[in-house]
Write a new protein. Structure first.
Length: 169
């Protein structure tokens, strides 16, 4: 199992690199990663839901969008299997008193081709799904893209209680 570390410059403290854990860790691996973070007293777990570049599979072969293992970039087709895994991960983080910091999409993903309507609708999907959950923080990508404003607007439609932070480049 691969556990990467990174140095947090502001506090010069060691943390756990969890950004791509949804794509790199099985449930068992994620449990180990969370335990390592707990031992290091890292309470904020940052996850990238949709990384930039090409669509990626999670360790179980599921893409975020599309069905039946098909690679898809249509935001109107969230893959239930992928998002159930995200639910599982977030519940593990928050049940241990951690804070889940969610970067929905990195700039450079397939945002531009999606269009504002689909971004808003996908944001609503996320807001409905994760709005009721405790200890969630939404993270805006560095160099905030005007394209992602529609996504944030959609999330805020159903989730007005969680705070937003700006990612540091």
């Amino acid at each position: 199992m691969r556990l990467a570390l990174f140095c947090i410059a502001a506090g010069a403290a060691w943390g756990c690199d969890t950004r791509l854990a949804l794509y790199e860790q099985t449930r068992e691996g994620f449990q180990h990663l969370l335990e390592e973070c707990r031992q290091k007293r890292v309470g904020r777990i940052e996850l990238v839901l949709i990384p930039g570049g090409e669509p990626r599979r999670n360790p179980y072969g599921d893409y975020a969008f599309g069905y039946g293992g098909q690679e898809h970039t249509d935001l109107s087709l969230p893959n239930p299997a992928f998002w159930r895994q995200v639910d599982w991960v977030l519940k593990r983080i928050t049940s241990r008193g951690g804070e889940a910091v969610l970067l929905v999409m990195e700039a450079g993903s397939f945002v531009r081709s999606a269009g504002a309507g689909k971004l808003t609708e996908f944001g609503r999907y996320l807001g409905r799904r994760y709005g009721p959950m405790n200890r969630v923080v939404w993270l805006r990508p560095a160099g905030k893209s005007p394209d992602l404003s529609a996504l944030e607007e959609g999330i805020r439609t159903f989730d007005s209680r969680h705070r937003w932070e700006d990612a540091v480049p």
